[in-house]
Design a protein around this ligand. Sequence first.
Ligand code: ATP
Ligand code: MG
Length: 246
Amino acid sequence: MSDLTSGPGSSAAVEAVGVERNFDGADGNVIRVLRGVDLRLGRGETVSIVGPSGSGKSTLLHILGGLDLPSSGRIALGGRDVANLDDVQLARVRNRYVGFVFQFHHLLRDFTALENVMMPQLIAGTSRPAARKRALELLDQVGLADRSGHVPAKLSGGEQQRVATARALANEPPVLLADEPSGNLDLDTSEVLHDVLFDLVRDHGTAMVVVTHNTALASRTDRILRLSSGVLELAEPHEDPQAGGD
Ligand SMILES: Nc1ncnc2c1ncn2[C@@H]1O[C@H](COP(=O)(O)OP(=O)(O)OP(=O)(O)O)[C@@H](O)[C@H]1O
Ligand SMILES: [Mg+2]
């Protein structure tokens, strides 16, 4: 369906064409998880991906972000086909073009919130003063200016996810990929995180793909897509993200 693949604007922040991903099953069979996924996100566009457990949502997100490679098909990040990159080039493209937020924060536990948000910038070659300035701005935007000196263990789950969001956007990537970002949070804390996510992607013009079971979160994105039988299809705006399946 063409309306799945075409977002607004001509240059895609991220693009998947005919993506398939197979895994080797324990019994020697091939597990065909993704069977031809097409997705194109224009600048600033937001999409949620829903679908039952095991339908391949995380697999797709990892492939979109260059953490995993498709068995066949094509992924372009910032207009560059990831298949043509060696490991060093791919790491560089990921660092610059993609931010990730996972269900669990994955912050570096021995480093403060400020240092965690500085880290991707230092890896990208940003000077320490510039990285620090930008990290402080981002921590302020996620409402944690007064927590910049705290290590992750001294922060609540919601605060950890907000630091992870600030870190994901530290290098101003064109695309943010979030896998159940509020899956571990209670209702009120989830809403604070969702507000932070949407405020940030709007302010920075970041495209966002969010995998979620959360109806409130999904309904805030421009499109809701369902991963079903290995392909993406448009979901009804108000259907239950957990319903349906293979
Ligand atoms: N490295 C792997 N090797 C073999 N099978 C895998 C591998 N990674 C994922 N799978 C299988 O691919 C399928 C999709 O997994 P995936 O984690 O993408 O699902 P999901 O939609 O994110 O589920 P959930 O909602 O529970 O997070 C599952 O059947 C899983 O067992
Ligand atoms: Mg998953």
